[in-house]
Design a protein around this ligand. Sequence first.
Ligand SMILES: CC(=O)Oc1ccc2c(C)cc(=O)oc2c1
Length: 281
Amino acid sequence: MLDNLSSAKVSGGWHKQYSHIANSTHCTMRFAIFLPPGASQTNKVPVLYWLSGLTCTDENFMQKAGAFKKAAELGIAIVAPDTSPRGDNVPDEDSYDFGQGAGFYVNATQAPYNTHYNMYEYVVNELPALIEQHFPVTDKKAISGHSMGGHGALMIALRNPQNYTSASAFSPIVNPINCPWGQKAFSQYLGDDKSTWAHYDTCELMSQANETDYLPMRIDQGEADNFLVEQLKTEHLFMQVNGKGYPAEINMHAGYDHSYFFISSFIDEHLLFHQSYLQAQ
Ligand SMILES: CC(=O)Oc1ccc2c(C)cc(=O)oc2c1
């Protein structure tokens, strides 16, 4: 059962927000969807899933990325979930990088987080099934995201290459097991056994990927991003991509920071990148 929270016409299509009770996170979840003009039961469209970063909700990308005009032109729906479970019964911490707004797209194994913090299951399985049941979309999916959401998008694509045509990210956390944000989140969501952390780490997953599972990827990173050296560690991804010959294009951009100014500058290129794979076959 979906509750429609808002509807607005934009770029000839529709932006809508919904809430629903989710089985995976045991709480009410919100998501936003953009449906391009002409999407209907007789003209189903593919979907780009967008995963947002720390402190964000279903709203940041939709309001700030400037993606609607190009998505409308290309006939791509966009679905943006929230970044964590939320609510009075959901364990939280008074910090921007852990708890509500910082689910890290894992299935938590540690109490008290393991009841609600199952964003991996929500994004990989529950949400796409719901979207395909209720909206005029095909089962063709691409995935993208920013920062913590860039980690989520690349990690989920590497673990489920059969589900997606392509993956991309802006300013992703590519090696969370080796950076302070990831270590803080994974130690509390997943516990002390670091072998379980590797299942959620893009660099680790890429190092183990079989060539038959390779997926086209595009990563864009600002060189003036204050988080680049300590948290994002793009150079670790460069090493994996070059070592394996993984089909990932990494573009560095002089002067750009970690903000949505950067995302809005290159979102059209990401949509065109995904379109070329979503339309194939
Ligand atoms: C709207 C916006 O700017 O979102 C935003 C700001 C900062 C961050 C940081 C520092 C990390 C992250 O994962 O996401 C993120 C998103």
